[in-house]
Design a protein around this ligand. Structure first.
Ligand SMILES: [Zn+2]
Length: 311
């Protein structure tokens, strides 16, 4: 039994006014803990913040929920980072990331996309969103797509979702936060799908579960990009999807399709764990050590990946 369930059961298992007080305090604490993944220290989590289901329907109603990214035939790379937590009006380490991506353009395996597994900003202020956009606008081009998913810190203000749509989910290279990107080469072969999930609340909901199941394809390998891990990292942290049903549903969908890689963040500590054909990689916080996961997409050899850091 998890300790959250324990404090709830402690209250409900006994009678009397004192016990009821304990129960109410336990309930309030459990709510706070549940919210901690989303927004522990802000009343915005209870008043005014867009709900996950609202964000999902908002995203799925967007015209850019699915997008085709065209690229020349041959191998290429996709790079993933997580938890940039941009806290000021500039993002110096992001500029290094942008420069490194640009430096691969003339290599035999150029970077075609930057995946960001949430918490782009530290506290979802407009200044931070502007700093993120300033850097990522230099990355996004006809040759490099930018595919971000939202994290809990990107919703730390009541305006977080509005700012996300204004600064992140805009432009031809951007996504709302839910949907998928289909990479198609010049011979019309689909080479990769990146599935984007909103797990900023450490939950994904039934709409996203069925959407994921329906959009996984066997014609190309799928990568699932999501802020909250399916499984806890090496330190057995509490930072992962809260519902066992949702975790198993996602795993089952990935095992049933050609979906070998679940890329995630939130935990800030790099870890790799596999279950059957599915590997989860928690990419360590970019804000801490500029960690990145580099995936090579080779039409003949398939997917391979390696952990690295931005020089
Ligand atoms: Zn997070």
């Amino acid at each position: 039994m998890g300790w959250k369930a324990f404090v709830l059961r402690l209250g409900s298992a006994v009678n009397g006014k004192f016990s009821q007080l304990i129960f109410l305090l336990s309930l309030a604490y459990a709510v706070a803990v549940t919210q901690s993944c989303a927004d522990l220290f802000s009343l915005d989590s209870l008043f005014g913040k867009t709900s996950m289901e609202d964000r999902v329907s908002d995203s799925l109603s967007s015209a850019i929920v699915t997008r085709t990214i065209s690229h020349p035939t041959g191998a290429y790379r996709v790079v993933a980072v997580a938890d940039s937590h941009v806290a000021g009006s500039s993002w110096e380490s992001g500029e290094r990331l942008a420069a490194w991506i640009a430096s691969t353009a003339s290599s035999s395996t150029p970077v075609r996309a930057l995946l960001i597994a949430g918490d782009l900003t530290n506290s979802a202020t407009e200044e931070q969103y502007a700093a993120v956009k300033s850097v990522l606008d230099t990355v996004a081009s006809s040759a490099v797509a930018v595919l971000p998913v939202i994290g809990n810190h990107d919703l730390y203000t009541a305006a977080g979702w509005t700012l996300w749509k204004q600064y992140v989910a805009t432009g031809s290279s951007w996504y709302p936060s839910v949907g998928y990107a289909s990479f198609v080469d010049s011979s019309a072969t689909e080479t990769l799908r990146v599935q984007l999930m909103d797990s900023a609340d450490c939950a994904v909901g039934s709409t996203q579960l069925s959407y994921l199941k329906g959009s996984l394809t066997a014609s190309a390998p799928n990568i699932v990009l999501s802020h909250a891990p399916l499984f806890p990292g090496y330190d057995n942290s509490i930072w992962y999807l809260e519902s066992d049903y949702e975790r198993l549903s996602i795993l089952q969908s990935m095992l049933g399709g050609d979906a070998p890689l679940y890329i995630t963040g939130h935990d800030h500590t790099t870890s790799v764990i596999s279950s059957g054909t599915v590997t989860q990689v928690i990419v360590g916080g970019y804000c801490d050590n500029r960690a990145m996961l580099v995936i090579t997409v080779d039409p003949t050899a398939g997917l391979s990946w390696a952990l690295s850091t931005v020089p």
